[in-house]
Every structure is written in structure tokens, then in C-alpha cells.
Write a protein that binds this ligand. Structure first.
Ligand code: ADP
Ligand code: MN
Length: 177
């Protein structure tokens, strides 16, 4: 690298999508195949208290986006991370080399989220989020078009194919010089 900048140890990939689309399953398999570091933002927020309390209405922690970004800055600069979160508009654009948006058929997603115990507005809000492609729109508005990719995640075969193609992409990735 020139001008004293440090070459990244690998690409940074954001895996996003509506809850239940398979982010954690896909990211875990990809981390295993590539030796990239899997960062589950929801777990990090809980472990390090990077939140402003519990939202009773939404039934989740109120994530503190500034604290999360501060916590991750050094790791992201180092490179080689898979970031797993159902949101993408508050991370610095420069962090990511690839943004993967997982997408699932509504009826398939409905069953997955019901099985996870989601009911009522928590269930319907997430189904609506998927129908209106909220995360795909958010990704396209937040990152350069050519690094955003939407991948279908309906079946186990989809996961295998997505992990294989992303593993290939990681293998051919070169740091910008
Ligand atoms: P997310 O992290 O996006 O909330 P998970 O990876 O936790 O989603 O997956 C939610 C549930 O759906 C899990 O039980 C997982 O096994 C299942 N699942 C996720 N993606 C798929 C898929 N493409 N095909 C079949 N089952 C899937
Ligand atoms: Mn998850």
C-alpha cells in the first residue's frame, strides 16, 4: 500500500436483509469457508451494551449506532469481516467492499418467523419489510450500486449456492493499491 496506508487482511462484507432471511446461517457458513471474522451486530450490541435500552413496542434493543460504529472502526480498518445486521444505512460507506442483501419469498419467510415465535405486528412488520424490499432499497441508497447484490434465500440449496459464489468472490478479491 502507498502513503503509509495499511493493506487490509481481507474484504469487508455486509450481509443484510429482513430478519429470518438467513443472514446468520449464511454468514456463519461463509466465515467457515473463508476464515473471515463473523460479527453479529445484535450479539455485539447486547454483549457490549451498545444500546439505549429496550424498546417494548418493537420488542428489541434500541441500538446506539454511534457506539456500534466506534466499536467496529479498528476491526473494519483491519479488514476481513462479515458484518451481519438487518440494517445498513448507518455504517460508513467506506467500510464495505460488498453488500449482500438476502431475500426470501413472503410465505416462506412467514413460516420461518412464526417458527421463531414472532406474532402480531412484529410478524407483519417484518413481512411488509420484505414485500417492499426495504433493505434492498436502503442498501442501494447507502452504497455504490456496483457493490450491492441481492441474493435469493428460500432454500438450503440457495444457501449453498450463495456461500459458494461469495467464497469465490472473496478468493479473487484484491486490495486496491
Ligand atoms: P437471520 O439471521 O437473517 O434472522 P437466520 O440465519 O437466523 O436468519 O435463519 C432463520 C431461520 O431460517 C433458521 O432456522 C434457518 O435455519 C432458516 N433459514 C434461513 N435461510 C434459509 C434458507 N435459505 N433455506 C432454508 N432455511 C433457511
Ligand atoms: Mn441473525
Amino acid at each position: 500500500a502507498q502513503n503509509g496506508s495499511v493493506r487490509k487482511r481481507g474484504p469487508n462484507i455486509l450481509v443484510t436483509g429482513t430478519p429470518g432471511t438467513g443472514k446468520t446461517t449464511t454468514s456463519s457458513a461463509l466465515a467457515e469457508a473463508t476464515q473471515l471474522r463473523h460479527i453479529i451486530i445484535g450479539d455485539l450490541v447486547k454483549e457490549k451494551n451498545l444500546h439505549d435500552g429496550w424498546d417494548d413496542k418493537l420488542d428489541c434493543y434500541v441500538i446506539n449506532e454511534d457506539l456500534v460504529c466506534d466499536e467496529l472502526e479498528d476491526l473494519m480498518e483491519e479488514g476481513g469481516n462479515i458484518v451481519d445486521y438487518h440494517g445498513c444505512d448507518f455504517f460508513p460507506e467506506r467500510w464495505f467492499d460488498r453488500v449482500v442483501v438476502l431475500q426470501t419469498d413472503n410465505t416462506v419467510l412467514y413460516d420461518r418467523l412464526s417458527r421463531r415465535g414472532y406474532t402480531g405486528s412484529k410478524l407483519s412488520n417484518n413481512i411488509e419489510c420484505e414485500i417492499f424490499q426495504v433493505l434492498f432499497q436502503e442498501a442501494k441508497e447507502s452504497y455504490p450500486e456496483d457493490i450491492v447484490v441481492a441474493l435469493k434465500s428460500d432454500t438450503i440449496e440457495d444457501i449453498s449456492r450463495n456461500v459458494a459464489s461469495l467464497t469465490d468472490w472473496v478468493g479473487s478479491w484484491h486490495p486496491a493499491s
